[in-house]
Design a protein around this ligand. Structure first.
Ligand SMILES: [Zn+2]
Length: 314
């Protein structure tokens, strides 16, 4: 009765087949297309519906063991397809509905950990996209849209992160919460916190360079893709100092300003300023988005926080 050491607890079921020794050779990733954590555990384990999975991955990132890995779960098959014969399957409970069918970053990270764990225990050597597949990839086109756009768009990241885990990477990997300060225009690359001196000519640019969304890098993303979330920035400086923000979308040499609510701010009486910009936008191939800030002439502020909290889908 084998479950991954990552398993938080188990919800046993009799919904599986004992087909003799299995050579587990891949992880098939699913989403639940809705429902609650408890509801999905019940559907997969105790309900009379003829469906189960090796694991149910809750929105909290907790991995619940359902069908032990020795047995074939009832997850990804269709007439003429025995996809689950040598597969471990995971049903990922969604955090949002159509059209993105989101999941949490804790779940994305746990999927990478699970892929790395299976790789070690079943001797795959390394993880690649033949080892981590989406449900829709093992059935004819149009049969299912599982997993949804957000999770399907994370499969390459999950493979990259799994291999990073296998090579000993530690630390917070998920693309949310990472600071995106890269460098100033004309300046060298410096990490936050950094001083921004007020001037009266140029906007000071945070060259966040959304070049890709690979884990372990401070950069976030470049189009194409749908980006949804919040840009968080916090500054400290002399009370009363004025700061104005701009969000600019660039396509090659073409720049246009994106509307943001209430872009003019003032450092408060405690010497602090925090600002959140909600961002929900589809970026075309090659498009970048940059945040610009202008500080009142003669003043200086220090950036104490600057990070992106959100998701990306294709
Ligand atoms: Zn599925």
């Amino acid at each position: 009765m084998t479950h991954s050491p990552l398993t938080a607890w188990t919800a046993p079921t009799s919904k599986y087949n004992d087909i003799g020794p299995r050579a587990v050779n891949r992880l098939i990733i699913h989403h639940t297309a809705g429902g609650t954590n408890d509801g999905n555990i019940a559907v997969l384990s105790s309900s009379s519906r003829e469906v189960s999975a090796s694991y149910c991955l809750l929105t909290t990132g907790d991995l619940v063991g359902i069908v032990p890995e020795e047995y074939r779960p009832w997850t990804s098959n269709a007439p003429g397809y025995d996809n689950d014969r040598n597969s471990v399957t995971v049903e990922t409970v969604n955090t949002t509905g159509a059209p993105d069918w989101g999941v949490s970053w804790a779940q994305v990270e746990k999927l990478a950990q699970l892929a790395a764990d299976l790789c070690k225990r079943y001797g795959w050597g390394r993880v690649d996209r033949s080892r981590v597949v989406g449900h829709r990839e093992v059935l004819p086109g149009g049969y299912t849209e599982c997993p949804g756009p957000f999770l399907h768009g994370q499969l390459n990241n999950i493979v990259d992160r799994a291999n990073a885990i296998l090579s000993g990477a530690t630390g917070a990997p998920a693309p949310n919460g990472e600071e995106i300060v890269k460098e100033f225009t004309g300046g060298s690359s410096r990490k936050a916190p950094q001083k921004i001196k007020g001037g009266n000519t140029e906007y000071i640019t945070f060259r966040d360079k959304w070049t890709d969304d690979k884990w372990g890098d401070r950069t976030i993303a470049r189009g194409p893709g749908f980006l949804s979330g919040t840009i968080n920035i916090a500054m400290e400086g002399e009370a009363g100092t004025r700061v104005a923000f701009q969000l600019v979308r660039e396509t090659g040499e073409n720049k246009n300003r994106l509307q943001i609510a209430d872009p003019r701010k003032t450092i408060d009486s405690l010497g602090k300023l925090s600002f959140q910009i909600n961002f929900n936008r589809r970026l075309a191939e090659g498009q970048l988005v940059r945040l610009l800030a202008r500080v009142q002439n003669g003043k200086e502020v220090e950036v104490t926080e600057f990070y992106w909290d959100g998701g990306r889908s294709e």
